[in-house]
Design a protein around this ligand. Structure first.
Ligand code: GLC
Length: 813
């Protein structure tokens, strides 16, 4: 840039700032193409459009002389060195084509319009406003297109549809939030625009307090922006929502496979102590034969709430306790908050001060905020040395035998809720204030935890966090904070977990039963039923509340809840296998109806948010009210087999099904397969020798069952198993082709038990060329490994056959 234009730019920016008026980007002054991007000089700044792929663009604006060099906290994808696009200059605009998208970049003023290949308008800047710098704020104004709806922003307690509302993202500890509470624990500046069944996504990569207006109080525009930083956003085209989500997960990362036991039932309370209480709790689960895998230790296990310590009176010998519990199939997860008690005789405080690991005021004084341990120092997780140190401290607890960590209060929360903005952070060597770091503090803490765990152990550990930002899925599961034991929160739990999944965080759940307040028996049962199908199934309750363990509500509830938890363990092979998709494609386990059935208008009906898909094959319609004994729900195309009753319903209809208290309606899709196992008291209690596959045949369909050792990272180097089942139904026969596709891991399986939904009684059943004997239903015994039987009441053919590698099973009618 010449000196004169630099001077002009300076004068313009300076005068706009002086007047305090919004400054728009102005006209394009010049442009320069590069192999992966085009850079534009504007009247009031700079604009660069990167082409990441045919459907992903990055649009970046600044009113400074140069773009920030600070790397993104959320995005882990590198910009490609070279990408495929064609740029043409016309008198009034540039036209950039990626093969999938056509972008018009108007010159006077600089405005963007994005079209698909057929020249359907997908997204356009507001003609007058576009991108603007309003003092420190950055904003992007987009045209409201007729019929466009908005979804996204992760952890929000109102409904899935965001149209007509305004939202702020600022990680906030808000116990007992309502559906009108805006700022919550997790910030995900990613949303979808959906119009005429076609979806795009916008990820606004800015960590400052951000604002989204999806047409609130105006019918002209929608907008997004932040209090500071750059206008740096990614436009991701689908038109499938699933593709948008997958591309977003390419940018911000995918979840790891959690340990398999993390899908088991998890028991928590603030707090289980002393040791004898924890032992009694564990014994009770086993005595009562209620499966459970995890016990959490809340803040009372520590010595005066000092992280990395044990209260030696309450827990005199933690390694022994944890080892004994382990023998009994329990894993122990302690809470770890970021605040380090400001007690200079305490080793963590001493070390942190000596190594300069805590955040400070600009004058060098250590910041102290008040939390559970009273006044505390706050580790600067945006500094590599702090993250490494944190990992080392955690490793001591790992030596005691803990199986993971539960990160809380990491918004960061302090009493008074106002972490001072003036506090300085390292910002990975670039320096930053609290305004910039606040929303990513938990992300960086989770990064420290995950990298520490991976450094010190070759086993998978489980991390759970309350706060987070885009990308948190790389390191941790998320729970939805301090909810209440009431019906409203039961509904929020259903919707918030889906919404986090829609925004790239697949391992999610709410405090089952409600954290604060007392649950009625019916509410508790209904919540357990929802929990059994959410990715994370953890019951938790606050200090001072009545007990909420499965046996706390009397024998009837205990029996009902045992069956619900048993069901969770039966479907575990399915949950685990489906979750694997999240690690590959970013698609969540718990899916909103419209994510799975985008072209079905009924799935966009707001009522459809109170049901969901688990993976591709199961539709779950939990009862979300205390008094109801029925559920109104929508079944999309196909036929649906109600797992509780064996009834088959045609799809494309809203209907009401009976749901007495002990029953949660859930359905297997036609063409679907549901792999199951026998109940276990904990994951790994016994080798799973029999895989039970419930199959609902429909023309031709297939399913891939993913399995691995459930504990190590060996799956990352191919040590996993995938078995593919292809089912083909003809008028006189049904064929099931079983094919091992990946054999890097050998499951314990010895037998298959196929349960095929059919009202036709077979004549013969073959495995390969060998005919299987038939037996009467009354003769079935676990010992018989090869046989078939027709259960006429259940309308089910059951075939038992050993796991003989690759084989074809043929059922002749
Ligand atoms: C916070 C957490 C809650 C925990 C409590 C005590 O309120 O959200 O889950 O039990 O602190 O640690």
């Amino acid at each position: 840039m010449s000196r004169i234009s630099a001077l002009f730019l300076f004068v313009f920016i300076f005068s706009a700032l002086l007047l305090g008026e919004p400054m728009f980007v102005g006209n394009i002054v010049s442009h320069q193409p590069f192999p992966n991007r085009v850079e534009f000089r504007l009247d009031n700044g700079k604009f660069t459009v990167y082409v990441l792929s045919g459907n992903v663009l990055r649009l970046r604006y600044t009113n400074s002389e140069s773009f920030s060099e600070s790397p993104s906290y959320a995005v882990i994808a590198e910009m490609p060195d070279k990408s495929d696009f064609v740029l043409k200059e016309e008198p009034n605009r540039f036209v950039l084509s990626t093969g999938e998208l056509i972008v018009h970049i108007a010159k006077k003023p600089c405005r963007i319009s994005i079209f698909d290949k057929e020249m359907n308008l997908l997204n356009a800047d507001d003609a007058s406003f576009g991108v603007c710098f309003d003092n420190d704020e950055v904003r992007c104004y987009k045209k409201r297109l007729d019929g466009e709806n908005f979804y996204g922003l992760g952890e929000k307690s109102d409904g899935l549809r965001k149209t007509g509302n305004e939202y702020t993202l600022w990680n906030t500890d808000f116990p007992g939030y309502t559906e009108r509470t805006d700022e919550l624990y997790v910030s995900i500046p990613f949303f979808y625009g959906v119009r005429n069944g076609k979806a795009y996504g916008i990820f606004f990569d800015n960590t400052y307090r951000s604002h989204f207006n999806f047409g609130a109080s105006n019918n002209r525009f929608y907008s997004f922006g932040a209090d500071h930083g750059e206008m740096d956003y990614y436009f991701i085209y689908g038109p499938e929502m699933k593709r948008v989500l997958s591309s977003y997960s390419e940018l911000t990362g995918k979840a790891e496979m959690p340990p398999k036991w993390a899908f088991g039932y998890q028991q928590c309370r603030w707090s289980y102590y002393p040791e004898s209480t924890v032992r009694a709790l564990a014994d009770n689960f086993r005595k009562k034969q209620i499966p459970c895998d995890v016990i959490y230790l809340d803040i009372h296990y520590m010595d005066g709430y000092r992280v990395f310590t044990w209260d030696k009176n309450r827990f005199p010998d933690p390694p022994k306790l944890i080892a004994d519990l382990k023998m009994n199939g329990f894993k122990v997860i302690p809470i770890i908050d970021p605040g380090v008690k400001a007690d200079t005789t305490y080793f963590a405080a001493k070390e942190g001060i000596a190594k300069d690991l805590f955040v400070k005021y600009p004058d060098g004084e250590l910041y102290q905020g008040e939390v559970w341990p009273s006044w505390a120092f706050f580790p600067d997780f945006t500094k590599k040395e702090t993250r490494d140190w944190w990992g080392e401290k955690l490793s001591a607890l790992m030596k005691d035998g803990v199986a993971g960590f539960w990160n809380d209060m990491n918004e960061p929360a302090v009493w008074g809720s106002h972490f001072p903005d003036i506090v300085r952070f390292n910002g990975n060597g670039r320096g930053a204030d609290h305004k910039k770091i606040h929303n990513v503090y938990a992300l960086e803490m989770a990064k420290a935890t995950r990298t520490g765990l991976r450094r010190f152990s070759d086993q998978r550990h489980f991390i759970l966090t309350r706060a987070g930002f885009s990308g948190i899925q790389r390191y941790s599961a998320v729970w939805t904070g301090d909810n209440l034991s009431n019906e409203d929160h039961l509904r929020y739990a259903c919707v918030m977990s889906q919404n986090l999944g829609l925004n790239g965080v697949p391992l999610v759940g709410a405090d089952v039963g409600g954290f604060m307040g007392e649950a009625s028996q019916r509410l508790y049962v209904r919540w357990m039923q929802l929990g059994a199908f959410t990715p994370l199934f953890r019951q938790h309750s606050a200090y001072g509340t009545k007990a909420k363990e499965p046996w706390a509500f009397g024998e009837d509830v205990e029996n009902t809840v045992r069956e619900i938890i048993n069901l969770r363990y039966r479907i575990l092979p399915y949950l685990y296998s489906e979750f694997h998709q999240a690690t590959q494609t970013g698609l969540p386990l718990m899916r909103s109806m419209f994510l799975e059935f985008q072209n079905d208008p009924e799935c966009w009906n707001d009522q459809a948010q109170f049901q969901f898909m688990v993976g591709e094959n199961l539709l779950v319609a939990p009862v979300l009210s205390e008094s109801d004994n029925a559920k109104r729900l929508y079944l999309p195309e196909g036929r649906w087999y109600e797992m509780n009753t064996g009834k088959i319903y045609p799809g494309n209809q809203w209907l009401t099904v009976e749901a007495p208290l002990e029953r949660v309606p859930f359905f297997l899709k036609s063409g679907g397969i549901l792999p199951m196992q026998e109940v276990q008291q904990f994951v790994g209690e016994k080798p799973v020798e029999t895989t039970i596959l419930t199959i609902f045949p429909s023309a031709k369909s297939s399913y891939s069952l993913y399995e691995d050792d459930g504990n190590s990272y060996e799956y990352e180097i191919g040590r996993y198993s995938v078995v593919n089942f292809t089912i083909e139904e003809k008028s006189d026969a049904l064929a099931i082709v079983v094919k091992k596709e990946q054999t890097g891991f050998t499951p314990d399986r010895k037998n298959y038990r196929f349960r095929i939904i059919s009202d036709k009684k077979p004549i013969k059943v073959f495995v390969g060329a060998k005919e299987l004997p038939t037996i009467k239903p009354s003769e079935t015994s676990a010992k018989i490994r090869e046989c078939w039987t027709f259960l006429s009441n259940e309308k089910m053919i059951e075939v038992r056959t050993p796991d003989a590698g690759n084989f074809t099973m043929t059922i002749r009618y």
